[in-house]
Design a protein around this ligand. Structure first.
Ligand code: PEP
Ligand code: MG
Length: 563
C-alpha cells in the first residue's frame, strides 16, 4: 500500500466477477530433486524414511479431504490412496536397492508407475496427475521444503499460480481465498467454472503475476480482469467504490428474470453435486438449468447402482421443490473420464466417443441412470427435464428421446454444443421438447480450439461473432419449432453477453448461482428491442472485442458496474 512502490497495473481475462484486495500467496511450485544427490548406501534406512514420508503425505491429503467440499474430497482421497499404494513403495525400494539417491529413487519409481498407467489409457492415464502430485509432495518433504500446491491460507489472501488444477480450486473457500490470478488457464476451463461456482473473483491469462513477490498487496477486479500491484489508498478506495456501486445495482432484485418490458428469461443455476443443489436452492434462482451429473461420479471405480443414484437425484429434486431441474445425463469422456464408463484410449478424445456417443455404446450405464431419474421423479413429482450431452444428429436425438419417454419422464431435451446440431436445430428439436446451448463446447468446436488450452484463450472468447452466429442459427430453429432454447455454458453468466443472448431469443440462462443477481439486474435495465439491437450490433462486429465494445456502448451505464 506504500505510495512509493512502483505502481503497476496489468490485465488478464476476468472469469469470475467481484473485487478483492489482499496479500498475494503464491502456489508453491514443485520441487526439483538435486542433480548432485548422494547415492543411497543404506537402502533399508532410506526405505524407512521414504515410507514414513509417504504416510505423512497420505495423512495430510486425508486431513484436507475431511474438511473439503463434495467436489474436492474424492480427488484428495484418491491422492491419499496413491501415496499408500504398496506397489509404489515397492518400486521405490527397488530403485533405492540400486543405489539411487533418495529423491531420485522416488522420482524414477513414480515415472515408471506413470508410464504403466499411461499405457493403460483412459481413467488410469488421468491418475498420472495424482501420482506426480504425490511424488512432488514426498520429494519436498524429503528435501525439508514445504509441500507444493495451495498452502493453507491462514489470513484471507489472493492466490497466484501458473495454473490451478480443478482439484486444487475445489479445495478453496471464499472466506480465506479472496481471489485467484493465474498466468495460464482459459475462460471455459473447469477451473474457471469452479471459481465462479465458489463465488471467488478470478482472472486467468495474467502473464507476469508470478513475478510479483509473495506478500505484496494486490487489488484485483475479476469482472474486468485488472490487477493492481501495491495499490495506493486512492486505488483501493476506487475499487471499494466500485464494489459499493455494484452492491447498490444488485440490491433488491430477487424476482424472476425478465427484460425491462417483461420478456421472461428464466435465471437458473448450474450445479454438480447434491451439496451444490442445497446451496443453490437457498438462492433466488428459478431452478436448475444444468445438473452436471458426471461430477458425482468422477472418482468411482464401479457404476453407481440404481438405488444410489435414485437417492442422490431424489435429494436434488426435493431441494428444489416445484422449481425446474434440468438434468444432463453423464457427459463422460474427454476431460471428464469416468473409470466405469471408459472405452479406452483415443487419439482425439474431445472428438471421440464422449457424451451421448458413449451412452449409446454403454447402454447399461445410460439405462441405469435414466431408471434412477425416473424413480426419483416418481418419488417427488418434481419438474424434471432430462437432456443428453453432445448430440449431433436427429438419429441421436430420437434414440435418446424414445428411451427417456419410455420410462415416463415428462420432458426430454438435448444440449446443443456441436455446430451440426446448432445449424440443424430445427430437425433436432422436432424430436424433443427443448434444447440448451452448451456454449463452452460449442465455442471449442466452432473455433477448433481446445477449451483446456489457455494459450488459445483469444479464440475462446464467448463474444466471438462466429459463435453468436451459430447461436443465432440454433435460436432460429427453436423459434420455427416453437420450442424453448436456453443457454447453460459460461456465456450465460456474463451480464452484458446475457443481453445479446436474450436478443437472440433464448428463454433461459443457467450459470453459477453467484452470477444470477448481476444478470437479473442487467436484463431488467434493457428492453427486448434493445437486446435485439445489441445482438445485431455484436454479430456485425469484426471480432470479439468489437462485439463487446459495441454492446457496452449501447447499454445502460449501470451495466458497467455489474461487470
Ligand atoms: C458446455 O459445453 O457449454 C457445457 C455447459 O457443458 P460442460 O461445460 O460441462 O462441457
Ligand atoms: Mg459441454
Amino acid at each position: 500500500m506504500s505510495g512509493e512502490a512502483s505502481l503497476r497495473t496489468f490485465h488478464g481475462i476476468g472469469v469470475s466477477a467481484g473485487t478483492a484486495v489482499g496479500p498475494l500467496v503464491v502456489v508453491t511450485p514443485a520441487p526439483k530433486p538435486p542433480a548432485d544427490e548422494p547415492a543411497t548406501t543404506d537402502a533399508a534406512a532410506a526405505s524407512a524414511t521414504v515410507h514414513a514420508v509417504l504416510e505423512q503425505v497420505a495423512s495430510g491429503l486425508e486431513a484436507r479431504a475431511a474438511a473439503a467440499s463434495d467436489h474436492a474430497r474424492p480427488i484428495l482421497e484418491a491422492g491419499a490412496m496413491m501415496a499408500r499404494d504398496p506397489g509404489l513403495a515397492m518400486g521405490i525400494d527397488t530403485q533405492l536397492g540400486k543405489g539411487l539417491g533418495i529423491t531420485t529413487a522416488v522420482t524414477a519409481a513414480v515415472e515408471e508407475y506413470c508410464a504403466m498407467f499411461e499405457s493403460l489409457g483412459g481413467y488410469m492415464a488421468e491418475r498420472v496427475t495424482d501420482l506426480r502430485d504425490v511424488r512432488d509432495r514426498a520429494v519436498a518433504r524429503l528435501l525439508g521444503q514445504p509441500e507444493p500446491g495451495v498452502p493453507t491460507l491462514s489470513v484471507p489472501s489472493v492466490l497466484a499460480a501458473h495454473d490451478l488444477a480443478p482439484a486444487e480450486t475445489a479445495t478453496l473457500t471464499a472466506e480465506t481465498c479472496l481471489g485467484i490470478v493465474t498466468e495460464a488457464g482459459g475462460p471455459t476451463s473447469h477451473t474457471a467454472i469452479l471459481a465462479a461456482q465458489l463465488g471467488i473473483p478470478a482472472i486467468v491469462q495474467a502473464v507476469g503475476i508470478l513475478e510479483v513477490a509473495a506478500g505484496t498487496v494486490v487489488a484485483i477486479d475479476g469482472g474486468v480482469g485488472e490487477i493492481t500491484v501495491d495499490p495506493s489508498d486512492e486505488e483501493i478506495e476506487l475499487l471499494a467504490e466500485r464494489k459499493r456501486r455494484r452492491a447498490a445495482a444488485l440490491a433488491g432484485g430477487t424476482g424472476k428474470g425478465s427484460t425491462k418490458d417483461g420478456y421472461p428469461v428464466a435465471l437458473l443455476a448450474n450445479i454438480g453435486t447434491a451439496d451444490d443443489a442445497r446451496k443453490a436452492a437457498a438462492q433466488p434462482v428459478e431452478g436448475v438449468g444444468l445438473f452436471r451429473t458426471e461430477f458425482l461420479f468422477l472418482d468411482r471405480d464401479t457404476m453407481p447402482t440404481v438405488e444410489e443414484q435414485t437417492a442422490t437425484y431424489t435429494e436434488v429434486f426435493t431441494a428444489f421443490g416445484d422449481r425446474r431441474v434440468v438434468v444432463r445425463t453423464l457427459d463422460a469422456g474427454a476431460d471428464k473420464p469416468l473409470k466405469f464408463a471408459d472405452l479406452g484410449p483415443e487419439e482425439n478424445p474431445a472428438l471421440g466417443r464422449r457424451g451421448l456417443r458413449l451412452g449409446m455404446i454403454r447402454t447399461d450405464v445410460m439405462d441405469t441412470q435414466l431408471q434412477a431419474l425416473a424413480n426419483a421423479y416418481q418419488a417427488t413429482g418434481a419438474d424434471v427435464r432430462v437432456m443428453a450431452p453432445m448430440v449431433a444428429t436427429q438419429a441421436e436425438a430420437t434414440w435418446f428421446a424414445e428411451r427417456v419417454r419410455a420410462l415416463g419422464l415428462p420432458k426430454v431435451g438435448v444440449m446443443i454444443e456441436v455446430p451440426a446440431a446448432a445449424i440443424r436445430s430445427r430437425g433436432i428439436l422436432y424430436h424433443v421438447d427443448f434444447a440448451s446451448l452448451g456454449t463452452n463446447d460449442l465455442q471449442q468446436y466452432t473455433m477448433a480450439a481446445d477449451r483446456m488450452q489457455g494459450e488459445l484463450a483469444a479464440l475462446l472468447n464467448p463474444w466471438e461473432p462466429a459463435l453468436l452466429d451459430v447461436v443465432a442459427l440454433a435460436c432460429d430453429g427453436g423459434q420455427a419449432m416453437g420450442k424453448p432454447i436456453g443457454v447453460c455454458g459460461e456465456a450465460g453468466g456474463d451480464p452484458a453477453l446475457a443481453l445479446v443472448l436474450a436478443g437472440l431469443g433464448v428463454s433461459s440462462l443457467s450459470m453459477a448461482p453467484g452470477k444470477v443477481p448481476a444478470v437479473r439486474t442487467s436484463l431488467s435495465l434493457h428492453t427486448r428491442e434493445q437486446c435485439q439491437q445489441m445482438a445485431a450490433a455484436a454479430r456485425a462486429a469484426v471480432d470479439a472485442a468489437g462485439a463487446r465494445a459495441a454492446v457496452l456502448a449501447m447499454a445502460d451505464p449501470v451495466l458497467l458496474d455489474l461487470i
